[in-house]
Structure formats: structure tokens, C-alpha cells
Ligand binder design. Structure first.
Ligand code: GAR
Length: 212
């Protein structure tokens, strides 16, 4: 069975959706470890409750980001992981790390990339007066929130929405589409070649597979 590692920094609700999908057999793989860069990430409790090994790597324990990422990489390699899933991992990975695991790292970002890379995406969409928002799953390369897009899900923004409304609506889609994309990867339907994402042997368009 293929092996997945999940990297988190916070509450881990996406981690939960992925754990549930593995448990149900929807994703035919096993989560072999959960890594956090925050000691108090609630996702660690979620993992521990189903006896998934966890490990915390704190930046203050390392000389620099490269050393930290090298240690995380060595830990992941000790499990022989097939896929690294970033699920709310809020630290930028070093180019050494992304190159070491090229084509094997997926991320979810709460915006319709390339719009709103970085933080506060809901706030920014609201302030811009956007009528739609969404979430993106992409392969990870050395650019922040860069890398080939696999799938986006759009949600509407209604006139009286606040940040929480948009976040809730977007998160619902995240829990639906992240397990689906992970399943594609695990079943060898999804891959990255020369910076382009392929699904079932066909290159995906720039905005990823269309999903409204
Ligand atoms: C998710 O909404 C994810 O899209 C976002 O963090 C949240 C984590 O929530 N990721 C990023 O902003 C990455 N740039 P969770 O811990 O409950 O899964």
C-alpha cells in the first residue's frame, strides 16, 4: 500500500478529511506520519487519536531553514513516503526540499491561483469586490503557491458575505476535492513531468481540471 505523509501547522481539518478518506478506502493508501512545525497544532491530536506517528520540527531548534527541511526530509524518507501532502503547512519550504521531492508534493491554497498567493485570501477577495472565490490544489515547486495546478473549485461570493462566510464555503470544497486529487495521485493517474501536471496521460490546462 502506498504511503502518505501530511504536513500541517494548524487545526488539521483537511488532514481529517484525508484521514477519513483513507479509512473508508476511498484513498487506497496509508498515512504513515504527520509532521507539524507548530507544537500546539490541533491536527497532531487528530493523528494521535488514530495512532498515526507524529513529529514536530521547530525552527528554533535548527540553524537555518535548510537544516530544518533536511531533517524533515530525512524523517519522511525513513518512512519511504510516496506522497507528501501539505495541508495548511504555513512555512515556506526550501528549494532543496521541493527539489528533493519533486513531483511528490501537493498543496492546497485557499484562492483561485494565480490570484491571491500568500495570506489573507478571503479578506483580499472581499476587499477587491470579487464575486467568486475558491481553492486550488497544485504540485509544489520552489515558488510560493506556485507549481502546476491540478484542480480548482470555485464558490460564489454573495453581496452580504463576510470573511467567515467565504471561508466556510471554500473549506467545504477543500474537504471534497483534496481527497479526490490525492486518490488520483495514489492510483498513478496524476503525475508531474517537466513542470506540467498530467491526468490520465493528458496535460492539464493552466487552471487545472475544470471543476465548478
Ligand atoms: C486550509 O484552508 C488551506 O487551504 C490553507 O490553510 C488551511 C488549513 O486548514 N492553506 C494555505 O493557506 C497554504 N498557503 P486546516 O488546518 O483546518 O486543514
Amino acid at each position: 500500500m502506498k504511503k502518505i505523509a501530511v504536513l500541517i501547522s494548524g487545526q488539521g481539518s483537511n488532514l481529517q478529511a484525508i484521514m477519513d478518506a483513507c479509512e473508508k478506502g476511498f484513498i487506497p493508501a496509508k498515512i504513515v506520519c504527520v509532521v507539524s512545525n507548530k507544537m500546539d497544532a490541533f491536527g497532531l491530536e487528530r493523528a494521535k487519536s488514530v495512532v498515526i506517528p507524529t513529529n514536530v520540527f521547530l525552527r528554533r531548534d535548527f540553524m537555518n531553514n535548510q537544516e530544518m527541511d533536511r531533517a524533515i526530509g530525512d524523517y519522511l524518507e525513513s518512512f519511504n513516503v510516496d506522497l507528501i501532502v501539505l495541508a495548511g503547512y504555513m512555512k515556506i519550504l526550501t528549494p532543496e526540499f521541493t527539489q528533493r521531492f519533486q513531483g511528490k508534493i501537493l498543496n492546497i491554497h485557499p484562492s483561485l491561483l494565480p490570484k491571491y498567493a500568500g495570506l489573507n485570501t478571503y479578506q483580499r477577495a472581499l476587499e477587491t469586490g470579487d464575486t467568486e472565490h475558491g481553492t486550488t490544489i497544485h504540485f509544489v515547486n520552489e515558488e510560493v503557491d506556485g507549481g502546476a495546478i491540478v484542480l480548482q473549485a470555485k464558490v460564489p461570493i454573495f453581496p452580504n458575505d463576510n470573511v467567515e462566510d467565504i471561508e466556510l464555503r471554500t473549506r467545504e470544497q477543500e474537504y471534497r476535492i483534496y481527497p479526490m486529487v490525492i486518490k488520483w495521485f495514489i492510483e498513478d493517474r496524476l503525475s508531474l513531468k517537466a513542470g506540467i501536471a498530467y491526468l490520465d496521460g493528458k496535460p492539464l490546462p493552466e487552471q487545472g481540471y475544470a471543476c465548478e
